[in-house]
Design a protein around this ligand. Structure first.
Ligand SMILES: C[S@@+](CC[C@H](N)C(=O)[O-])C[C@H]1O[C@@H](n2cnc3c(N)ncnc32)[C@H](O)[C@@H]1O
Length: 283
């Protein structure tokens, strides 16, 4: 595991995402977003205009659409780097909303994104962990908020859990290191909650930061492997695409070790998942 507290950048191309695989665990993946949403205060209604919202790393758009449930007249744009995710979001969610707002989706790299207009809310769910140095963008993002606007995000905080530690170990093992090159390295770009709190308070925001461990109960055969196939494994699956033999060998090795780390119990497979949340309101 390469932990750099957000200072290192990776040299590799971004992974190819699979919206269908990602959405297989949509229930468990949406819950933290709803918990984040419940802590976001009302948005400023400046000049009676409908709220303007950006969702960074919107993925297949299913959580972006939840923003429209809360702010039905909002003009919401989801930004993402993955054409596959954006195609799914466009197909399922783009257009006018029931409350007279609209949802659209645009390609953008959050590492370089700066608000092109004032936003009442900039939100990001389970995406900034993929963005090196994202705390360096906080000043520009807060600057781009309307007075009283909010920046809110959630990132996984589980990079030392067995699911990720085993994968890192495998990728670094002599058998796989050369084959995977940098695709097997997972740099940890997140900060600890107290560091996020300090950064956001330093920018003059009223900051609310916390963490939660979700005791997720998964069902089916090898459910943890199925979960990571939608997220943490994407760079590895991208690197091995077209080499079925290597892919099968790595997945078998990983699966066997996950089975030991997360044995099925009488009610399913318990997969604890730590997540970090931040809600920062611009004064
Ligand atoms: C785990 S998914 C989360 C999707 C969605 N926010 C959700 O909660 O369901 C992570 C998303 O971040 C996107 N992503 C990763 N790096 C990014 C970057 N640098 N800029 C924009 N999006 C990025 C990926 O393409 C992917 O859609």
């Amino acid at each position: 595991m390469h932990s750099d507290s957000s200072t290192t950048t990776t040299q590799t191309e971004p992974p190819v995402w699979d919206p269908q695989q990602y959405l297989r665990h949509a229930g468990h993946r949406t819950r933290p977003f709803l918990d984040l949403l419940s802590r976001i205060p009302e948005l400023p209604a400046i000049g009676g205009l409908s709220p303007r919202i950006a969702d960074l790393g919107c993925g297949p758009g299913n959580v972006t659409a939840r923003l429209a449930d809360r702010w039905p007249d909002a003009r919401i744009t989801g930004f993402d780097l993955s054409p596959q995710m954006l195609a799914q979001a466009d197909k399922d969610h783009a257009g006018t909303t029931a409350g007279g707002g609209w949802l659209d989706f645009q390609i953008a790299d959050a590492a370089h994104w700066v608000p092109g207009e004032p936003y009442d809310l900039i939100v990001s769910n389970a995406a900034l962990q993929w963005v090196p140095n994202h705390p360096e963008s906080f000043p520009a993002w807060i600057d781009g908020l309307s007075p009283g606007g909010t920046f809110a995000f959630q990132v996984p905080g589980n990079f030392t859990s067995p699911s990720h530690a085993i994968l890192a170990e495998l990728c670094e093992s002599p058998r796989w290191r050369r084959r995977l090159d940098d695709h097997g390295r997972r740099y940890v770009h997140i900060l600890e909650p107290a560091d996020y709190l300090t950064r956001l308070a330093d920018l003059g925001c009223v900051a609310d930061v916390w963490e939660t461990v979700y005791c997720q109960l998964l069902t089916g055969t090898d459910p943890v492997l199925d979960w990571v196939k939608g997220t943490a494994l994407r760079p590895v699956l991208t690197a091995l695409d077209g080499d079925q033999k290597a892919m099968d060998a790595l997945l078998t090795e990983y699966r066997d070790r996950l089975r030991e780390a997360y044995p099925p119990g009488p009610h399913g497979t318990v997969f604890p998942f730590r997540r970090i949340f931040a809600v920062a309101r611009k004064k």
